[in-house]
Design a protein around this ligand. Structure first.
Ligand code: ADP
Length: 621
């Protein structure tokens, strides 16, 4: 029979598997067991909707047989099985998920990480030189065999198989110097792999074991007997209390269930009794998924009804601001055949979701109080999600989330909660400033001046930050105020008087400049709180210069413009120069100064060629 060839991508992955430098080859067994468990789930789930399928949950199981003579491990399940097309499609090519993963992995040649993902079936070739799959779907009369020795392709042909389900026969590789494949044919080895990785699979994983027993009627003569022994505990890990589970067990469960290469950052368990009973096991990942803030990201928790998976990503269980949380909710109060539509309006789901949200919030607060360093690591990873939560809920989540926010403080250059913000005597505002990085903010003219006066300033460096501040308005009755606001009121009485005088004296100067810049700024003012710098921009009204910048980079967003005020440092030598200028010259200077202030803010210039021409003209004088 002519062998069929694997699709190109499958071939590459297969190559990697066969020649894998990945040392943890045990995971191939884990992957096959997980596939079998999925197949049992599918069979049971289908039986709920199809009357002709009569499946009893207690009959579903996975069985392992070891044959040292033939050097084979057989993993058998009585799950959904595969027909000819399914064998071809599922095993001749790599499933969508696997292949995209493979692509991204292959880019950085990071082969060693492969084994930790759910590349599944193909990992069998890490320990076997031949893989044979026999399968018979429920209700079918025909069974088919798929067989491959790796890279040279595969065959599919009809075969005999008594029971429904799938049987995978691995013919083990020959032992090598540093890899003893025959170990996998030992009971103790399989026993330990199952305990380590598959202990919580909810179906029995039975293995045929050989035991020595006294011969009947004899006192010293032994005979060997084989019997099936269940190797796994089967109580799902999420039903156990945290104290009953080791870190290693959680780590293994998390990495294999949620396909993460890093162990979880924090484990949260919750066992609720009463009106709605459920068990939840939640994980905060150690790193933020690269697509977390894109439309491609699928949030949600796995939803189980009394141990049976009914939905892989139940979105309704997680609020958007906790979409990075992974985990499982299992409730026996939910009907098994619940549909997507009814799920959305389901009161039980609503109640669980609200509890889950509260639980995550309270765990985060505890972490913030008890382990600041760890919390800050968490915040660096997921703080943006919390801020988005406040913004996207139009402030409705403010009360729940505001105390979880952190901002760098000018006083300590470390993270502070809003509650830790320091006020000067009689200060009734919380001051903040927006910029690209803390370093750039430190160089801003207004910041320098405010710091000299002893104010604490929160540094906002995420695009979303100022929008969040606007949404929150205030904290404990203190309003948030951008220090670039033209209404910033921090001058002393003395300074105010001095300013009034200056503004009065230089009325004509100001009015010419205002007239020149009337299309771009609302006002031109002198200030005394800009230590050494000549100019800056302040904003009047709702939209600050920082917000203008963010809003104008949004695709399809309408272009907006902040109401700006050009602030000129009354103590700067440039003022003298301005006073001596003719009207025509002054107009040019005004334009240059205004655009200079825009540059300091990191804003783009409306008409760069005009400005550079003027600068050159002035330089050439
Ligand atoms: P994944 O499990 O990530 O989808 P795999 O390569 O492990 O990828 O498996 C590919 C597909 O083959 C599975 O999605 C499933 O449809 C099918 N499959 C694998 N093992 C079995 C099995 N024991 N019974 C039924 N179908 C199976």
């Amino acid at each position: 029979m002519k062998k069929k060839q694997f699709k190109a991508e499958s071939k590459k992955l297969l190559d990697l598997m066969i020649h894998s430098i990945y040392t943890n080859k045990e995971i191939s067994i884990r992957e096959l067991i997980s596939n079998a468990s999925d197949a049992l789930d599918k069979a049971y789930f289908n039986s709920l909707t199809k009357k002709e399928m009569k499946i009893k949950k207690e009959d579903l199981k996975i069985q392992i047989f070891l044959d040292k003579d033939k050097k084979t491990i057989t993993i058998k399940d009585n799950g959904c099985g595969m027909n000819k097309e399914e064998l071809e499609n599922n095993l001749g090519t790599i499933a969508e998920s696997g292949s995209s993963l493979f692509k991204s992995q292959n880019q950085d040649e990071n082969i060693s990480i492969i084994g930790q993902f759910g590349v599944g079936f193909y990992s069998a070739f890490m320990i076997a030189n031949k893989v044979t799959v026999k399968s018979k779907p429920y209700g079918s009369k025909e069974a088919y065999l798929w067989e491959s020795e790796g890279n040279d392709g595969y065959i599919i042909e009809e075969c005999k198989k008594k029971d429904y389900g799938t049987e995978i026969i691995l013919t083990m590789k020959e032992d090598e110097e540093d890899e003893v494949y025959s170990d996998y044919l030992e009971e103790y080895k399989i026993r330990s792999i199952i305990k380590k990785y598959s202990n919580y699979i909810k179906y029995p994983i039975e293995m045929e074991v050989t035991k020595k027993e006294l011969k009947e009627g004899s006192k010293e003569e032994y005979e060997e007997k084989t019997e099936m022994e269940t190797l796994n505990s089967m109580i799902p890990i999420w039903k156990k209390k945290k104290s009953e589970v080791t870190d290693e067990e959680y780590d293994n469960f998390y990495t294999s269930t949620f396909y993460d290469y890093e162990k979880p950052f924090q484990v949260i368990d919750s066992h609720v009794e009463g009106l709605t009973e459920y068990d939840a096991l939640l994980f905060i990942p150690s790193h933020s998924p690269f697509d977390l803030y894109t439309k491609d990201y699928k949030k949600g928790l796995q939803l189980y009804s009394n141990g049976v998976l009914i939905q892989e990503h139940c979105e309704e269980l997680l609020p958007d601001h906790y979409s990075f949380v992974k985990g499982i909710v299992d409730s026996k109060d939910l009907p098994l055949n619940i549909s997507r539509e009814t799920l959305q309006q389901n009161k039980i789901i609503e109640r669980i979701a609200s509890n889950v949200e509260k639980k995550i919030t309270s765990e985060l607060k505890k972490l913030l109080e008890n382990d600041r360093e760890k919390y800050e690591t968490f915040y660096r990873n997921f703080g943006l999600a919390l801020k988005l939560g406040i913004y996207q809920s139009y402030g409705m989540k403010k009360d729940a989330l505001q105390d979880l926010l952190l901002f760098t403080s000018s006083k300590t250059m470390k993270f502070k909660t809003l509650n830790e913000y320091e006020y000067l005597d009689k200060q009734d505002k919380i001051y903040y400033v927006v910029g690209e990085t803390n370093d750039k903010i430190n160089l801003m003219p207004q910041v320098e001046a405010m710091k000299e006066k002893g104010y604490d300033i929160l540094y906002l460096t995420d695009d979303i930050d100022e929008f969040v501040m606007n949404m929150m308005h205030e904290y404990n009755g203190k309003h948030f105020e951008n220090i670039l606001s033209s209404k910033l009121d921090i001058e002393t009485e003395e300074e105010k008087k001095e300013l009034e005088k200056i503004n009065e004296e230089k009325k004509n100067l100001i009015s010419t400049m205002k007239e020149t810049l009337k299309n771009v700024v609302k006002d031109v003012k002198f200030t005394t709180s800009l230590s050494n710098h000549p100019v800056c921009l302040a904003s009047e009204g709702q939209i600050s210069a920082g917000m203008e910048k963010v809003l104008n980079t949004l695709p399809n967003g309408e272009k907006v413009k902040a109401e700006e005020v050009l602030m000129i440092n009354a103590k700067h030598p440039i003022v003298k120069k301005l006073e001596g200028l003719k009207k025509e010259e002054l107009e040019k200077y005004a334009k240059v100064l205004y655009n200079q202030a825009r540059l300091i803010e990191g804003l783009s210039l409306d008409n760069p060629s005009e400005i550079t021409d003027i600068i050159c003209e002035l330089l050439a004088k």
